[in-house]
Design a protein around this ligand. Structure first.
Ligand code: PAF
Length: 253
């Protein structure tokens, strides 16, 4: 069976129009798919008549051009994985199709987006919210699936959908972890074998340290560069760098 790969927003809109009253689940991604993404896709397929996956490395959410350049891409492999799951449609647009306005218009949030990942990544969540809003308008899903690893992103997107009266149910899904406890992320690909062996300690320390200060001391001692550690919304959040690769995670308190 082949997979429908659409490049233009118009094609996707026409496809959506033909689905009429069917439920459409949507999983937005930046590609380099791993088991975490695939678990979101499987859930969407269980809960909806049709499932759409988008693959688009969104430039406006990268505040560091080096980070954008280093972001892994593997479209052919991703398509094979999605074909094996029998996903209905993959939307992989080019930048000019998503940003015909060259980012003249954008969406910003002035509160939670300034905390945690937003504090040291200027404009990151403006980029995320703008692209997700655009993708929602193109795909017009009934349900959209996001992982809790990016809890702040999930919460902002959910609030955005409510704020703009959008007819989409934003569904948060538990973080998918390796057997050792590392939250799966496309960025993990860039870790060396030694760093990959050490990386699961980040989640363990986040989970078990009695306080933020003790978590910081333990992470420092183990050679993680702490970007932030914080507690809010009844959760503990952290971002660290290992070999210049940024890892984020969060756990319920
Ligand atoms: O989580 C991601 O991969 C991205 O932030 C998203 C939601 C696909 C927007 O580009």
């Amino acid at each position: 069976m082949s997979i429908d790969l659409f490049r233009s927003p118009t094609e996707v809109k026409q496809w959506r129009y033909r689905q009429k009253d069917l439920s459409v689940g949507f999983v937005p991604t930046m590609g380099a798919l791993h088991e975490g993404h695939l678990s979101l896709v499987e859930r969407s397929m269980r809960e909806n008549d049709k499932t759409v996956v988008s693959i688009f490395v969104n430039p406006t959410q990268f505040n560091d051009p080096k980070d954008l350049k280093a972001y892994p891409t593997q479209l052919e492999t991703d398509l094979e994985l999605l074909k094996a799951l029998e996903v209905d449609l993959v939307f992989s647009p080019e930048e000019k199709d998503v940003y015909p306005d060259s980012y003249r218009f954008k969406l910003s949030e002035n509160q939670d987006s300034k905390l945690l990942c937003g504090a040291d990544r200027e404009g990151h969540f403006d980029g995320v919210l703008t692209v997700v809003m655009k993708l929602f308008h193109i795909v017009n899903p009934t349900h959209a699936y996001f992982g809790e690893k990016d809890y702040q992103q999930l919460s902002l997107i959910s609030d955005m959908a409510k704020a703009f009266f959008m007819d989409v149910k934003v569904v948060g899904c538990p973080t998918f972890r390796s057997r050792e406890g590392l939250a799966l992320s496309s960025r993990n690909e860039r870790l060396s074998t030694q760093a990959r062996a050490k990386a699961p300690n980040f989640a363990k320390i986040l989970q078990s340290a009695p306080s933020i200060d003790e978590a910081r001391a333990e992470l420092d001692a183990q050679g993680f560069e702490v970007v932030y550690l914080d507690q809010l919304w009844n959760r503990r959040f952290g971002a660290v760098k290992l070999e210049d690769v940024r890892l984020i995670d969060n756990v319920a308190l």
